[in-house]
Design a binder for this molecule. Structure first.
Ligand code: HEM
Length: 196
């Protein structure tokens, strides 16, 4: 339980921060939302996260764009022998352009109803976006994972502006281990906001 809950939340935060550095407008928009809910110095708690739809959209978009837990391809006519463990290829679903427009683009607005998007609940087993699995073996830590990552991102953005490190550009290449990790771990430059 502890193992399943640590690398997943840390990796999701790392991917989200990488996308926010690569998309400074998204980073600014999210910081503006955080400021509007708690101010630039107020302490953020999990109840505040519920008041931040754009933060939730950023986390969902990171889950859509990145995390998958399997690379098995199922196709019509394929024989799956008895005893085989079959897993849904969530990566293929979240990159299917008949389901998602411009699937390669990082666009949290796709989850904002106010921006013409659709509010998909990443926890309820809608297989369009099921980063926590579905059915009997669904992730029991999904609520804790989402609120933890959202809180971390909100606090990181509330206190710092985030940018790239010149000597170590952000590389979104993936490597599949138990979870999908950044092949090259994120290096980021933080500037305290009261010094900007
Ligand atoms: C945001 C972070 C997380 C993601 C993306 C994630 C994703 C997943 C996925 C895809 C599965 C497999 C579901 C399936 O087989 O259908 C899973 C299972 C599991 N997760 Fe998570 N998880 C996260 C956070 C956590 C946390 C915080 C905990 C515990 C505190 C946790 C505990 C578990 C456990 C124990 C299982 C195995 C459930 C079973 O086999 O019955 N996860 N998770």
């Amino acid at each position: 339980m502890i193992f399943r809950g640590t690398d997943t939340t840390a990796l999701l935060t790392e991917w989200a921060m990488a996308e926010l550095i690569l998309h400074p407008k998204v980073q600014s928009k999210l910081r503006a939302e955080i400021d509007s809910v708690v101010g630039s110095t107020g302490s953020i708690n999990d109840a505040d996260v519920a008041q931040m739809p754009y933060l939730q959209a950023v986390v969902k978009e990171t889950l859509r764009a990145r995390l998958s837990n399997d690379d098995i391809q199922l196709s019509n006519g394929m024989v799956v022998p008895p005893g085989t463990t079959a897993m849904v290829n969530m990566w293929a679903i979240t990159h299917d352009d008949s389901i998602w427009s411009n699937p390669e683009k990082f666009n949290p607005g796709r989850f904002m109803v106010s921006e013409g998007g659709v509010d998909v609940d990443a926890r309820d087993g809608d297989l369009k976006l099921a980063p926590f699995g579905a059915g009997r073996r669904v992730c029991p830590g999904k609520n804790l994972g989402l609120v933890t990552v959202s809180l971390w991102i909100a606090r990181l953005l509330q206190h710092f502006e985030w940018g790239p490190v010149d000597s170590s550009p952000i590389d979104l290449s993936e490597v599949l281990k138990l979870s999908l990790e950044m092949k090259k771990p994120l290096a980021a430059a933080a500037t305290a906001r009261n010094c900007v």
